[in-house]
Design a protein around this ligand. Structure first.
Ligand code: UDX
Length: 442
């Protein structure tokens, strides 16, 4: 099949290269000429396991191409994926300008029957706005055509996006025509594995499904974080509670880890956007308001523990930080707990020595050179002369450190673990003072 993908951000690039990998001919469009030049040379700036290799092999095989020409992209694919960004507006609702601009471009150049598929995360009702924008352009040109719009939300996790695309739990398709359903069913045959993964529904339901999934997961996390804070006070252990409730199949083990709160490009943005949508139609989502407030507070839970230990005035204190990315296997620091933590520590007068296996460049880009942030080259370097360690991201290399060496390097042997990586008894046996989340630290 010939497919065009509008937008070469995270979702667009993963979608385009995975569809090329199974034999389709894919043309990706971006208006950023420097980016397209780099992509044509198989150079990508996103850190995502497996993606660089996938782009390289599919460009080399002649199945994956990149262009800055809107006209070329619209002419190319029978299926046109819209995969542009929907950043939050000031009020938290999703900014639709890029999606609608992409729709208008399609309407401006389309000369034959096409299926336009929305992959961007968009509020319910967007497919209708996309349809209207295309129709308006066609009317201006006085062109009569049959064309279709569908919704196909993505459920990719950063750090596992290629794997999620190639081996999906489900593929949600929202359509209102047999043409669209049949074409998308055929497109996704290579990804079905041992049973049917396609869930076909109406367009509004597909659009809402994406938000519902992310909001549900965010809710689980915030609920576990509140339970963790309670467990601490009651002398209970949230890790044991997690195992106890996860064994109930109706609950399950996934996404029950208490910690320093969720971050990233999806949960915070989607939780807010769904609340705005609900407000607009007069249905307040009170649970989600609480989820968001809980998460904002949870991001600072380590700082609270630190202040309880060291006092409010942290002037002259230096803290080590392991992990800057919002989760492992990505360099993404969007809405990362590390940022809320560092910014609060700085406000209280402290300096931070941080290490992350891949997000150091991103930290430099975000914070530039500042006297109160040193980015160091190894986890152990971060500890040198520090008054305590804060663990913020559960990267694998942090999971089994040399506790004796940590004690030696730290100025004061204190560890605040925001990801519950260690057995408290073991850490304490090594002579470290240890605080974690939801596990009766006192
Ligand atoms: C999420 C969804 O999982 C994905 O389906 C959707 O398409 C995009 O949003 P992503 O943002 O990449 O993916 O990260 P995810 O792995 O879901 O983690 C989100 C955040 O929740 C991270 O900050 C993570 O640390 C946190 N988290 C996750 C917890 O605090 N506890 C958990 O048990 C799980």
């Amino acid at each position: 099949m010939k497919i065009s993908v509008i937008g070469t951000g995270y979702v667009g690039l993963v979608t385009g290269s995975c569809l090329a990998e199974v034999g389709n001919n894919v043309l990706c469009l971006d208006l950023d000429a420097a980016k397209i030049e780099a992509l044509n040379a198989s150079s990508i700036t996103i850190f995502e396991p497996g993606l660089q290799e996938l782009v390289r092999t599919n460009v080399a095989a002649g199945r994956l191409h990149f262009t800055t020409s809107v006209q070329e992209a619209v002419a190319f694919g029978q299926i046109q994926f819209i995969a542009v960004g929907t950043p939050p507006d000031e009020d938290g609702s999703a900014d639709m300008q890029y999606v609608l601009a992409a729709a208008r471009s399609i309407g401006l150049h389309m000369v034959e029957e096409k299926l336009v598929v929305n992959k961007s995360t968009v509020p319910v009702g967007t497919a209708e706005r996309v349809r209207a924008a295309i129709a308006e352009e066609l009317a201006t040109r006085d062109v009569q055509l049959t064309w279709h719009v569908a919704s196909n939300p993505e459920f990719l996790k950063e750090g596992a996006a290629v794997e999620d695309f190639m081996r999906p739990d489900r593929i949600v398709i929202g359509t209102d025509s047999d043409f669209a359903t049949d074409l998308l069913r055929e497109l996704y045959v290579p990804f079905q594995r041992n049973h049917e993964r396609l869930v076909v529904m109406d367009i509004a339901s597909a659009e809402l499904t994406k938000y519902a999934a992310n909001a549900m997961l965010a809710t689980r996390i915030s609920f576990m974080n509140e339970l963790a804070n309670l467990a601490e006070k009651l002398g209970a252990d949230i890790e044991q509670v997690r195992r106890g409730i996860g064994s109930d199949q109706r609950i399950g083990y996934h996404f029950l880890y208490a910690g320093t709160g969720y971050g990233g490009s999806c949960f915070p943005k989607d939780v807010q956007a769904l609340q705005r949508t609900a407000q607009q139609v007069g249905v307040p989502l009170r649970v989600l308001e609480a989820v968001e407030a809980t998460n904002n507070a949870q991001k600072l839970v380590l700082v609270e523990k630190l202040v309880a230990r060291f006092g409010e005035n942290l002037r002259g204190k230096r803290f080590a930080m392991w992990g800057l990315a919002f989760k492992p296997n990505t360099d993404d620091m969007r809405a990362a707990p590390s940022r809320a933590i560092m910014e609060r520590l700085w406000a209280l007068g402290a300096t931070v020595q941080a290490y992350d296996p891949v997000a150091m460049d991103e930290a430099r880009r975000l914070y530039g050179d500042r006297a109160d942030l040193q980015l160091v080259n190894s986890p152990m370097d971060a500890l040198k002369g520090a008054d305590a360690l804060l663990i913020v991201t559960e990267w694998k290399p942090f999971k089994s450190p040399d506790f004796a060496l940590m004690k030696q390097l730290l100025n004061q042997p204190v560890v605040f673990d925001g990801r519950n990586l260690y057995d408290p008894a073991r850490v304490r046996a090594a002579g470290l003072e240890y605080f974690s989340v939801g596990r009766a630290d006192a």
